[in-house]
Design a protein around this ligand. Structure first.
Ligand code: BT5
Length: 338
């Protein structure tokens, strides 16, 4: 994924060569990677500066002592199954230890010409953003924060559908990597037992009828504890570890998420949201629920699902109405959402 067009063409990484916690001689690694022993040493140094603890002993070689579970491109790539060849999200994969917002860096890279499939991930965000000026709590080294650059040939009005596409990918990745029944709350929340575990922020730069680029930003709480959330969020937010009781391998989750997003995005490009509607409905937890959608006037009614354009169908006093944007609240309690 790093600099090559397809993951299949990516050279084997040093991390992959060190996998398994045993000693590997410099000569063995050099041969496997097709590089010199001096180059192996350089790569070891590079990984060390990026948080990996690699022992080096004369006569024995190198040993990976304990990767501090980071979202490094090498670690994410090593977790992607060989059977998954990305169609669109082929990288490069840019990693930052700390950043204001992955969406902002992805947008500036896109303005400088970064291609579709460029991915930015960070260990921490100092100004993580939600929708409408809200913020996204982004503590260091426990969660996933990532943004992808997309350049779809669709009218700007259809871009909000990509939020739903990303929601499918998040919920499917959670279901694929944990026993947890993640559900989507239209349009952009992913919930576990009614608590928010992930959010999607889709932003675009466009001319009147042409999209220049779209940034799809995804935040997923992985190993955050209650203490990582401010008090006002502790009953509304959760993480995979909090809900499932087991810590999550963050790089492996990132790999599953990127593969699911690549897959859902390819279906979207081929058949529009209509091609994904059933997948969305299967994960959507509002259908059949009484809701209120803010607006003037607010719409109150029972959710009948989503249509082929991704609009929420709300059956209220005036018949079924299509909702294309707005905040949806349940008229029953939030905690009952599953
Ligand atoms: C979202 O906004 O749900 C979109 C979140 C997108 C975050 C990603 S992280 C990578 C990329 N870079 C960014 O800067 N952003 C994206 P919204 O629907 O407006 O929800 C925001 C609300 O969710 C806040 O007002 C809080 O109530 C709640 N919230 C904030 N941080 C949270 C967290 N970590 N987990 C759960 N809920 C949170």
């Amino acid at each position: 994924m790093s600099a090559s067009p397809g993951r299949g063409a990516t050279a084997p990484s040093l991390l992959a060569a060190l996998e398994g916690n045993g000693w590997r001689s410099g000569a063995e690694i050099a041969q496997r990677l097709g590089i010199s022993r001096a180059a192996v040493w350089k790569q070891v140094e590079r990984l060390r500066t990026r948080g990996y603890d690699i022992e080096a002993t004369a006569g024995r070689g190198y040993r990976l002592v304990g990767a501090r579970d980071l979202l490094l491109p090498e670690a994410i790539e090593a977790s992607i199954p060989a059977s998954h060849r990305p169609e669109r999200l082929c990288g490069p994969l840019v990693h930052r230890d700390s950043i204001d917002s992955t969406n902002l860096l992805a947008a500036s890279l896109a303005r400088e010409g970064a291609g579709e499939g460029t991915i930015v991930v960070a260990e921490q965000q100092t100004a993580g953003r939600g929708r409408l000026g809200r913020s996204w709590v982004s503590p260091a080294r426990v969660n996933f924060y990532g943004s992808v650059v997309l350049r779809p040939a669709i009218p700007p009005l259809e871009v909000p559908r990509l939020t739903l596409v990303a929601g499918i990918a998040v919920a499917e990745a959670i279901r694929a990597t944990t026993p947890l029944a993640a559900a989507i709350k239209w349009p952009n929340d992913v919930l576990l037992d009614g608590r928010k575990v992930a959010g999607v922020l889709t932003e675009l730069e466009a001319e009147a009828d042409r999209v220049r680029f779209v940034i799809v930003g995804i935040g997923v709480n992985l190993n955050a504890t209650r203490e990582h959330f401010p008090p006002e969020l502790r009953d509304k937010a959760t993480s995979l570890a909090l809900a499932g009781g087991a810590p999550v391998d963050r790089a492996a989750f990132a790999a599953a998420l990127l593969a699911a997003l690549d897959d859902a995005y390819a279906s979207f490009l081929a058949g529009g949201f209509a091609a994904l509607r059933q997948r969305y409905e299967a994960l959507h937890c509002l259908t059949g629920r009484r809701v209120e959608v803010d607006g003037k006037p607010p719409i109150v009614g029972t959710v009948r699902g989503v249509d082929d354009d991704g609009a929420l169908l709300v059956d209220g006093a005036g018949g079924v109405q299509r909702v294309v944007s707005g905040e949806v609240t349940l008229t029953t309690t939030y905690e009952t959402l599953r």
